[in-house]
Design a protein around this ligand. Structure first.
Ligand code: LLP
Length: 429
Protein backbone atom coordinates (compact mmCIF):
# COMPACT_ATOMS: atom_id res chain seq x y z
CA UNK A 1 0.00 0.00 0.00
CA UNK A 2 3.04 2.30 -0.17
CA UNK A 3 2.66 4.95 -2.84
CA UNK A 4 5.39 6.00 -5.24
CA UNK A 5 5.68 8.67 -7.92
CA UNK A 6 7.11 8.47 -11.42
CA UNK A 7 10.63 8.98 -10.05
CA UNK A 8 10.10 5.88 -7.89
CA UNK A 9 10.17 7.96 -4.72
CA UNK A 10 8.02 7.12 -1.72
CA UNK A 11 5.00 9.43 -1.39
CA UNK A 12 3.68 10.28 2.08
CA UNK A 13 0.39 12.15 2.34
CA UNK A 14 0.75 13.09 -1.30
CA UNK A 15 4.24 14.55 -0.78
CA UNK A 16 7.54 13.23 -2.15
CA UNK A 17 9.42 11.91 0.90
CA UNK A 18 12.82 12.56 -0.70
CA UNK A 19 11.85 16.21 -1.03
CA UNK A 20 10.75 16.26 2.61
CA UNK A 21 14.09 14.82 3.70
CA UNK A 22 15.95 17.50 1.76
CA UNK A 23 13.65 20.33 2.82
CA UNK A 24 13.61 19.60 6.57
CA UNK A 25 16.75 17.50 6.98
CA UNK A 26 17.01 14.09 8.63
CA UNK A 27 16.34 12.32 10.90
CA UNK A 28 12.78 13.37 10.26
CA UNK A 29 9.46 12.05 11.49
CA UNK A 30 6.67 12.33 8.93
CA UNK A 31 3.01 11.58 9.59
CA UNK A 32 0.54 10.81 6.84
CA UNK A 33 -2.41 12.65 8.40
CA UNK A 34 -4.87 11.09 5.97
CA UNK A 35 -3.90 7.72 7.41
CA UNK A 36 -4.58 8.93 10.96
CA UNK A 37 -8.01 10.16 9.92
CA UNK A 38 -8.78 6.92 8.04
CA UNK A 39 -7.91 4.81 11.05
CA UNK A 40 -10.14 6.94 13.28
CA UNK A 41 -12.97 6.51 10.77
CA UNK A 42 -12.50 2.73 10.79
CA UNK A 43 -12.90 2.65 14.57
CA UNK A 44 -15.94 4.93 14.39
CA UNK A 45 -17.73 3.04 11.65
CA UNK A 46 -17.34 -0.26 13.51
CA UNK A 47 -19.16 1.28 16.46
CA UNK A 48 -21.70 3.18 14.36
CA UNK A 49 -22.97 -0.04 12.82
CA UNK A 50 -23.68 -1.45 16.29
CA UNK A 51 -25.85 1.43 17.44
CA UNK A 52 -24.01 1.45 20.76
CA UNK A 53 -23.14 4.66 22.55
CA UNK A 54 -19.35 5.02 22.48
CA UNK A 55 -16.34 7.31 22.71
CA UNK A 56 -12.89 6.84 21.24
CA UNK A 57 -10.30 8.32 23.53
CA UNK A 58 -6.91 8.56 21.84
CA UNK A 59 -4.02 7.57 24.14
CA UNK A 60 -1.78 10.63 24.02
CA UNK A 61 1.30 8.73 25.11
CA UNK A 62 1.62 7.19 21.64
CA UNK A 63 2.30 10.65 20.18
CA UNK A 64 1.36 13.97 21.71
CA UNK A 65 1.86 17.38 20.12
CA UNK A 66 -0.18 20.52 19.55
CA UNK A 67 -0.77 19.53 15.90
CA UNK A 68 -1.88 16.05 16.90
CA UNK A 69 -4.43 17.36 19.42
CA UNK A 70 -5.75 19.71 16.73
CA UNK A 71 -6.38 16.78 14.38
CA UNK A 72 -8.06 14.83 17.19
CA UNK A 73 -10.27 17.80 17.94
CA UNK A 74 -11.28 18.06 14.28
CA UNK A 75 -12.19 14.38 14.31
CA UNK A 76 -14.27 14.79 17.46
CA UNK A 77 -12.26 12.32 19.53
CA UNK A 78 -11.63 12.23 23.26
CA UNK A 79 -8.08 11.88 24.51
CA UNK A 80 -6.41 10.42 27.56
CA UNK A 81 -3.44 12.07 29.21
CA UNK A 82 -1.08 10.58 31.77
CA UNK A 83 0.83 13.60 32.98
CA UNK A 84 0.60 17.30 33.66
CA UNK A 85 2.71 17.75 30.52
CA UNK A 86 0.28 15.95 28.23
CA UNK A 87 -2.65 17.77 29.85
CA UNK A 88 -0.89 21.12 29.40
CA UNK A 89 -0.19 20.39 25.73
CA UNK A 90 -3.76 19.29 25.02
CA UNK A 91 -5.16 22.42 26.66
CA UNK A 92 -2.67 24.67 24.85
CA UNK A 93 -3.84 23.10 21.58
CA UNK A 94 -7.40 24.16 22.40
CA UNK A 95 -8.50 20.57 22.90
CA UNK A 96 -11.86 20.53 24.74
CA UNK A 97 -11.20 19.88 28.43
CA UNK A 98 -14.42 17.95 28.87
CA UNK A 99 -13.13 15.32 26.42
CA UNK A 100 -9.96 14.63 28.40
CA UNK A 101 -9.45 11.62 30.71
CA UNK A 102 -6.58 11.67 33.18
CA UNK A 103 -4.73 8.41 33.79
CA UNK A 104 -1.72 7.47 35.89
CA UNK A 105 -0.72 5.41 38.90
CA UNK A 106 0.87 8.27 40.80
CA UNK A 107 -0.79 11.53 39.87
CA UNK A 108 0.55 14.33 42.00
CA UNK A 109 -1.54 16.75 44.02
CA UNK A 110 -0.56 19.48 41.54
CA UNK A 111 -1.63 17.36 38.58
CA UNK A 112 -4.99 16.66 40.22
CA UNK A 113 -5.43 20.38 40.93
CA UNK A 114 -4.67 21.12 37.29
CA UNK A 115 -7.31 18.56 36.22
CA UNK A 116 -9.91 20.06 38.56
CA UNK A 117 -9.09 23.71 37.76
CA UNK A 118 -9.49 22.98 34.06
CA UNK A 119 -12.71 20.98 34.52
CA UNK A 120 -11.50 17.97 32.57
CA UNK A 121 -13.95 15.24 31.57
CA UNK A 122 -12.92 12.46 33.92
CA UNK A 123 -10.19 11.48 36.35
CA UNK A 124 -9.52 7.76 36.14
CA UNK A 125 -8.79 6.83 39.74
CA UNK A 126 -5.99 4.34 40.15
CA UNK A 127 -5.34 3.86 43.88
CA UNK A 128 -6.49 4.67 47.40
CA UNK A 129 -4.09 7.58 47.96
CA UNK A 130 -5.43 9.22 44.83
CA UNK A 131 -9.00 9.00 46.11
CA UNK A 132 -7.86 10.89 49.22
CA UNK A 133 -5.86 13.48 47.29
CA UNK A 134 -8.60 14.20 44.78
CA UNK A 135 -11.18 14.45 47.55
CA UNK A 136 -8.99 17.05 49.25
CA UNK A 137 -8.57 19.05 46.05
CA UNK A 138 -12.32 18.99 45.38
CA UNK A 139 -13.30 19.96 48.91
CA UNK A 140 -10.77 22.78 49.02
CA UNK A 141 -12.10 24.14 45.74
CA UNK A 142 -15.77 23.43 46.54
CA UNK A 143 -16.33 21.67 43.27
CA UNK A 144 -16.96 18.23 41.80
CA UNK A 145 -15.64 16.05 38.99
CA UNK A 146 -16.42 12.86 37.06
CA UNK A 147 -14.36 9.82 37.97
CA UNK A 148 -13.89 6.23 36.79
CA UNK A 149 -12.26 3.42 38.69
CA UNK A 150 -9.35 1.69 37.01
CA UNK A 151 -9.56 -2.02 37.72
CA UNK A 152 -6.98 -4.76 37.37
CA UNK A 153 -9.19 -7.42 35.88
CA UNK A 154 -6.73 -10.27 36.37
CA UNK A 155 -6.81 -11.39 32.77
CA UNK A 156 -3.65 -13.40 32.49
CA UNK A 157 -0.94 -12.37 30.06
CA UNK A 158 -0.07 -16.04 29.54
CA UNK A 159 -3.10 -16.79 27.47
CA UNK A 160 -2.44 -14.05 24.94
CA UNK A 161 0.34 -12.48 23.01
CA UNK A 162 1.21 -9.13 24.61
CA UNK A 163 4.34 -7.09 24.47
CA UNK A 164 6.17 -6.29 27.71
CA UNK A 165 3.67 -3.67 28.84
CA UNK A 166 1.22 -6.41 29.77
CA UNK A 167 3.18 -7.32 32.86
CA UNK A 168 4.20 -3.78 33.71
CA UNK A 169 0.53 -2.92 33.79
CA UNK A 170 0.03 -4.85 36.99
CA UNK A 171 1.12 -1.79 38.95
CA UNK A 172 -2.06 -0.06 37.80
CA UNK A 173 -5.52 -0.05 39.21
CA UNK A 174 -7.62 -1.65 41.92
CA UNK A 175 -7.26 -5.40 42.13
CA UNK A 176 -10.54 -7.19 41.52
CA UNK A 177 -9.33 -10.56 42.74
CA UNK A 178 -8.75 -9.32 46.29
CA UNK A 179 -11.78 -7.04 46.41
CA UNK A 180 -9.95 -3.70 46.28
CA UNK A 181 -12.45 -2.66 43.62
CA UNK A 182 -15.37 -2.89 46.05
CA UNK A 183 -13.51 -1.06 48.77
CA UNK A 184 -12.72 1.74 46.32
CA UNK A 185 -16.30 1.76 45.09
CA UNK A 186 -17.66 2.22 48.62
CA UNK A 187 -15.24 5.05 49.31
CA UNK A 188 -16.03 6.90 46.10
CA UNK A 189 -19.80 6.49 46.43
CA UNK A 190 -19.51 8.18 49.83
CA UNK A 191 -17.79 11.27 48.40
CA UNK A 192 -20.43 13.67 47.04
CA UNK A 193 -17.82 15.66 45.09
CA UNK A 194 -17.06 12.65 42.92
CA UNK A 195 -19.45 11.40 40.27
CA UNK A 196 -18.58 7.82 39.41
CA UNK A 197 -19.45 7.38 35.74
CA UNK A 198 -17.79 4.10 34.93
CA UNK A 199 -15.02 1.57 35.19
CA UNK A 200 -11.82 1.17 33.24
CA UNK A 201 -9.35 -1.60 32.49
CA UNK A 202 -6.43 -1.87 30.11
CA UNK A 203 -5.03 -5.34 29.46
CA UNK A 204 -1.85 -4.54 27.57
CA UNK A 205 -0.45 -3.23 24.32
CA UNK A 206 0.25 -4.59 20.83
CA UNK A 207 -2.36 -7.31 21.34
CA UNK A 208 -3.30 -9.53 18.43
CA UNK A 209 -5.73 -11.97 19.97
CA UNK A 210 -9.32 -10.76 20.19
CA UNK A 211 -9.86 -13.24 23.03
CA UNK A 212 -8.38 -10.93 25.69
CA UNK A 213 -10.89 -8.22 24.80
CA UNK A 214 -13.77 -10.70 24.83
CA UNK A 215 -12.72 -11.87 28.28
CA UNK A 216 -12.40 -8.28 29.45
CA UNK A 217 -15.84 -7.30 28.14
CA UNK A 218 -17.39 -10.32 29.85
CA UNK A 219 -15.53 -9.56 33.08
CA UNK A 220 -16.68 -5.95 33.12
CA UNK A 221 -20.29 -6.99 32.69
CA UNK A 222 -19.88 -9.54 35.50
CA UNK A 223 -18.48 -6.82 37.75
CA UNK A 224 -21.35 -4.49 36.83
CA UNK A 225 -23.91 -7.16 37.67
CA UNK A 226 -22.23 -7.89 40.99
CA UNK A 227 -22.00 -4.23 41.96
CA UNK A 228 -25.62 -3.67 41.01
CA UNK A 229 -26.70 -6.51 43.27
CA UNK A 230 -24.44 -5.64 46.18
CA UNK A 231 -24.34 -1.85 46.08
CA UNK A 232 -27.25 -0.84 43.85
CA UNK A 233 -24.71 0.92 41.70
CA UNK A 234 -24.02 0.11 38.07
CA UNK A 235 -21.32 1.72 35.89
CA UNK A 236 -22.80 3.61 32.95
CA UNK A 237 -19.57 3.49 30.99
CA UNK A 238 -17.26 0.55 30.41
CA UNK A 239 -13.83 1.75 29.29
CA UNK A 240 -11.86 -1.16 27.81
CA UNK A 241 -8.58 0.69 27.33
CA UNK A 242 -6.36 0.34 24.29
CA UNK A 243 -3.84 -2.17 23.05
CA UNK A 244 -5.10 -3.02 19.55
CA UNK A 245 -2.11 -4.50 17.74
CA UNK A 246 -0.72 -3.29 14.44
CA UNK A 247 1.39 -5.08 11.88
CA UNK A 248 5.04 -3.97 11.86
CA UNK A 249 6.49 -6.79 9.73
CA UNK A 250 5.30 -9.82 7.75
CA UNK A 251 5.41 -11.80 10.99
CA UNK A 252 2.53 -9.76 12.43
CA UNK A 253 -0.87 -10.75 11.18
CA UNK A 254 -2.67 -7.57 10.20
CA UNK A 255 -5.92 -7.21 12.09
CA UNK A 256 -8.19 -4.23 11.63
CA UNK A 257 -10.06 -2.18 14.25
CA UNK A 258 -13.36 -3.59 12.99
CA UNK A 259 -12.42 -7.12 14.06
CA UNK A 260 -11.60 -6.06 17.62
CA UNK A 261 -14.61 -3.79 17.96
CA UNK A 262 -17.09 -6.28 16.53
CA UNK A 263 -15.96 -8.96 18.99
CA UNK A 264 -16.17 -6.57 21.92
CA UNK A 265 -19.66 -5.47 20.94
CA UNK A 266 -20.95 -9.00 20.35
CA UNK A 267 -19.63 -10.09 23.74
CA UNK A 268 -21.13 -7.06 25.48
CA UNK A 269 -24.52 -7.55 23.90
CA UNK A 270 -24.67 -11.22 24.86
CA UNK A 271 -23.29 -10.72 28.35
CA UNK A 272 -25.59 -7.84 29.26
CA UNK A 273 -28.59 -9.69 27.95
CA UNK A 274 -27.73 -12.72 30.07
CA UNK A 275 -27.15 -10.57 33.15
CA UNK A 276 -30.36 -8.65 32.49
CA UNK A 277 -28.54 -5.31 32.30
CA UNK A 278 -29.04 -2.46 29.87
CA UNK A 279 -26.22 -1.97 27.38
CA UNK A 280 -23.60 0.36 28.79
CA UNK A 281 -21.76 3.07 26.89
CA UNK A 282 -18.38 1.81 25.66
CA UNK A 283 -15.12 3.72 25.59
CA UNK A 284 -11.83 2.58 24.11
CA UNK A 285 -8.37 4.14 24.27
CA UNK A 286 -6.40 3.26 21.15
CA UNK A 287 -2.99 4.88 20.77
CA UNK A 288 -0.69 2.75 18.64
CA UNK A 289 -3.38 1.68 16.18
CA UNK A 290 -4.27 5.30 15.40
CA UNK A 291 -0.84 6.82 14.86
CA UNK A 292 1.53 3.86 14.42
CA UNK A 293 0.92 3.01 10.77
CA UNK A 294 0.80 6.71 9.85
CA UNK A 295 4.38 7.47 10.95
CA UNK A 296 7.61 7.26 8.95
CA UNK A 297 11.10 7.91 10.30
CA UNK A 298 13.38 9.19 7.54
CA UNK A 299 17.14 8.80 7.84
CA UNK A 300 20.07 9.55 5.56
CA UNK A 301 22.51 6.74 4.88
CA UNK A 302 26.12 7.52 5.82
CA UNK A 303 28.98 5.16 6.47
CA UNK A 304 28.94 1.38 6.22
CA UNK A 305 30.95 -1.47 7.63
CA UNK A 306 31.24 -4.69 5.66
CA UNK A 307 32.63 -7.59 7.63
CA UNK A 308 33.85 -9.97 4.93
CA UNK A 309 31.89 -13.20 4.79
CA UNK A 310 29.74 -12.16 7.72
CA UNK A 311 27.53 -9.15 7.59
CA UNK A 312 27.13 -5.46 6.76
CA UNK A 313 26.13 -2.50 8.86
CA UNK A 314 24.51 0.44 7.14
CA UNK A 315 24.73 3.47 9.42
CA UNK A 316 22.09 6.17 9.44
CA UNK A 317 21.96 9.61 11.06
CA UNK A 318 19.41 8.72 13.75
CA UNK A 319 18.72 5.71 15.94
CA UNK A 320 17.75 4.91 19.50
CA UNK A 321 17.31 8.59 20.37
CA UNK A 322 14.37 8.92 17.98
CA UNK A 323 13.18 5.32 18.18
CA UNK A 324 14.10 3.41 21.31
CA UNK A 325 11.72 0.52 20.58
CA UNK A 326 14.17 -1.81 18.78
CA UNK A 327 16.74 -1.43 21.58
CA UNK A 328 14.22 -1.50 24.42
CA UNK A 329 11.73 -4.13 23.27
CA UNK A 330 13.60 -5.85 20.44
CA UNK A 331 10.79 -4.42 18.33
CA UNK A 332 10.93 -5.29 14.65
CA UNK A 333 10.36 -2.86 11.82
CA UNK A 334 10.65 -2.78 8.05
CA UNK A 335 12.31 -0.06 6.02
CA UNK A 336 12.31 1.08 2.43
CA UNK A 337 14.76 3.23 0.51
CA UNK A 338 12.63 6.17 -0.46
CA UNK A 339 14.70 7.26 -3.47
CA UNK A 340 15.02 3.69 -4.83
CA UNK A 341 11.55 2.25 -4.35
CA UNK A 342 11.61 -0.08 -7.35
CA UNK A 343 15.32 -1.01 -7.25
CA UNK A 344 16.33 -4.65 -7.02
CA UNK A 345 17.10 -5.80 -3.48
CA UNK A 346 20.69 -6.98 -3.74
CA UNK A 347 22.07 -6.83 -0.20
CA UNK A 348 21.16 -7.96 3.31
CA UNK A 349 22.17 -5.48 6.00
CA UNK A 350 21.77 -4.40 9.57
CA UNK A 351 20.38 -0.90 9.73
CA UNK A 352 22.38 0.70 12.51
CA UNK A 353 21.87 3.95 14.40
CA UNK A 354 24.55 6.53 15.18
CA UNK A 355 24.41 6.20 18.96
CA UNK A 356 27.42 4.92 20.90
CA UNK A 357 25.84 1.69 21.95
CA UNK A 358 26.07 -1.73 20.29
CA UNK A 359 22.35 -2.23 20.89
CA UNK A 360 21.49 0.72 18.69
CA UNK A 361 20.42 -1.42 15.75
CA UNK A 362 17.20 -0.21 14.16
CA UNK A 363 16.64 -3.27 11.99
CA UNK A 364 18.40 -6.52 12.64
CA UNK A 365 18.52 -7.78 9.07
CA UNK A 366 16.69 -6.84 5.96
CA UNK A 367 17.09 -6.92 2.18
CA UNK A 368 18.02 -3.58 0.65
CA UNK A 369 18.98 -2.28 -2.77
CA UNK A 370 22.68 -1.35 -3.10
CA UNK A 371 22.99 1.49 -0.60
CA UNK A 372 25.25 4.51 -0.93
CA UNK A 373 25.74 7.58 1.27
CA UNK A 374 22.91 10.05 0.74
CA UNK A 375 20.20 7.46 0.17
CA UNK A 376 17.09 8.13 2.25
CA UNK A 377 15.75 5.24 4.28
CA UNK A 378 12.23 5.31 5.71
CA UNK A 379 11.40 3.10 8.64
CA UNK A 380 7.72 2.25 8.46
CA UNK A 381 5.00 2.26 11.11
CA UNK A 382 7.04 4.36 13.54
CA UNK A 383 4.20 6.72 14.47
CA UNK A 384 3.48 5.28 17.93
CA UNK A 385 5.95 5.43 20.83
CA UNK A 386 8.68 6.70 18.52
CA UNK A 387 8.94 10.47 18.87
CA UNK A 388 7.01 10.31 22.14
CA UNK A 389 9.82 8.22 23.68
CA UNK A 390 12.63 10.19 22.04
CA UNK A 391 15.60 11.28 24.12
CA UNK A 392 18.68 13.43 23.87
CA UNK A 393 21.07 10.55 24.52
CA UNK A 394 24.58 11.36 23.32
CA UNK A 395 23.24 14.92 23.17
CA UNK A 396 21.67 14.41 19.80
CA UNK A 397 18.87 16.90 19.12
CA UNK A 398 15.43 15.34 18.72
CA UNK A 399 14.18 15.28 15.10
CA UNK A 400 11.61 17.56 13.50
CA UNK A 401 8.07 16.29 12.94
CA UNK A 402 6.14 17.05 9.75
CA UNK A 403 2.48 16.41 8.95
CA UNK A 404 1.72 15.62 5.31
CA UNK A 405 -1.79 15.59 3.87
CA UNK A 406 -3.30 16.18 0.43
CA UNK A 407 0.05 17.02 -1.08
CA UNK A 408 0.84 19.64 1.58
CA UNK A 409 3.50 19.42 4.26
CA UNK A 410 3.59 21.34 7.51
CA UNK A 411 6.24 21.42 10.23
CA UNK A 412 4.48 20.61 13.53
CA UNK A 413 7.52 20.17 15.78
CA UNK A 414 10.77 21.93 15.06
CA UNK A 415 14.06 20.09 15.08
CA UNK A 416 15.93 20.76 18.31
CA UNK A 417 19.04 22.88 17.97
CA UNK A 418 22.33 22.49 19.80
CA UNK A 419 21.34 25.61 21.74
CA UNK A 420 18.13 23.84 22.82
CA UNK A 421 20.25 21.05 24.24
CA UNK A 422 21.90 23.35 26.76
CA UNK A 423 19.10 25.83 27.38
CA UNK A 424 18.48 24.44 30.87
CA UNK A 425 22.16 24.13 31.76
CA UNK A 426 23.67 26.55 34.32
CA UNK A 427 27.31 27.32 34.65
CA UNK A 428 28.97 25.71 37.69
CA UNK A 429 32.08 27.86 37.84
N1 LLP B 1 -4.88 3.14 27.81
C1 LLP B 1 -4.02 2.90 28.81
C2 LLP B 1 -4.50 3.01 30.19
C3 LLP B 1 -2.69 2.56 28.54
O1 LLP B 1 -1.87 2.31 29.55
C4 LLP B 1 -2.25 2.47 27.20
C5 LLP B 1 -0.86 2.14 26.88
C6 LLP B 1 -3.17 2.75 26.18
C7 LLP B 1 -4.48 3.07 26.52
C8 LLP B 1 -2.82 2.71 24.73
O2 LLP B 1 -2.38 1.47 24.30
P1 LLP B 1 -2.11 1.23 22.73
O3 LLP B 1 -3.44 1.28 22.04
O4 LLP B 1 -1.23 2.31 22.25
O5 LLP B 1 -1.47 -0.10 22.69
N2 LLP B 1 5.90 2.07 24.99
C9 LLP B 1 5.30 0.79 24.67
C10 LLP B 1 3.80 0.84 24.80
C11 LLP B 1 3.34 1.25 26.16
C12 LLP B 1 1.85 1.26 26.28
C13 LLP B 1 1.42 1.72 27.61
N3 LLP B 1 0.02 1.92 27.77
C14 LLP B 1 5.70 0.39 23.26
O6 LLP B 1 6.38 1.17 22.61
O7 LLP B 1 5.36 -0.70 22.80
Amino acid sequence: ELKTNDQNHLIIGGVDSVKLAHKYGTPLVVYDVEKIRQQIKRFKSSFDESGLKYEISYASKAFAAIGMYQVLKQEGLHTDVVSGGELYTALKAGFPADKISFHGNNKSYQELEMAVDNHIGVVILDNFLEIELLKKVLQEKHTSINVMLRLTPGISAHTHKYDQTGQVDSKFGFDVESGQDKKALKQVLAIPEMKLIGIHAHIGSQIFGVQGFEMLAQKMVDISAEWKKEFEYKPEILNLGGGFGISYTDEDEPIGPDIFINKIITTLKEATQKADLVLPEVWIEPGRSIVGPAGFNLYTVGSRKDIPGMTSYINVDGGMGDNIRPALYQAKYEAVVTNKMKAELTEVDHLAGKYCESGDILIDKQKFPALVPGDIVAMLDTGAYGYSMASNYNLNPRPAVVFAENGQDKLVIERESFADLIKLDKSYL
